[in-house]
Ligand binder design. Structure first.
Ligand code: 4NP
Length: 156
């Protein structure tokens, strides 16, 4: 397999996908797994902005500093640059399927498709909720990160 490269996608790239990126950076780092990891949004309203302050606080509580992350929109090159593009919800996945160029090689799926028993589910969108919502989002993306590292780690 080519070097694994994982792109997480949500709507704004300020809440769910930056937390997914943070969780995978943490878990892959702990496992000594060398992955290329990024996140992006299907929308561009927040392009160039840091993550939502509540996402920054949530990642910090779990030991990851995401203050330097900057939102960007998904682009055509992502579909060949990344081996896995993982969407937070069904709407994001539908957008990705529509955007996908003919030469796309990335495997598209939902983030929670990776987690046994949670296939087809969406990551909780905390944007309009409270701090507890962000903790639920973290739990979702952390479970996915563990599942992905388990899948990508070379057999010992
Ligand atoms: P995200 O959350 O897609 O998880 O980054 C949202 C961020 C911004 C908006 C909606 C959801 N918004 O409508 O601006």
């Amino acid at each position: 397999m080519s070097h694994p490269a994982v792109l997480f996608v949500c709507l704004g790239n300020i809440c769910r996908s930056p937390l997914a990126e943070a969780a995978l950076r943490k878990v892959a780092g702990e496992a000594g797994l060398d992955l290329h990891i990024d996140s992006a949004g299907t929308g561009d309203w927040h392009s160039g902005e840091p993550p939502d302050s509540r996402a920054i606080a949530t990642a910090a509580r779990h030991g990851v500093d995401i203050r330097s992350y900057r939102a960007r929109q998904v682009r055509a090159a992502d579909f060949t640059r990344f081996t896995h593009i993982l969407a937070a919800d069904h709407q994001n996945l539908a957008h990705l399927e529509a955007l996908q160029p003919d030469e796309a090689t990335a495997e598209l799926a939902l983030i929670l498709d990776l987690v046994e028993g949670r296939e087809g589910q969406s990551v909780t969108d905390p944007y309009y909720g409270d701090a507890i919502g962000f903790e639920q989002t973290w739990a979702d993306v952390l479970a996915a990160a563990h599942a992905l590292v388990g899948r990508l780690r070379p057999a010992a």
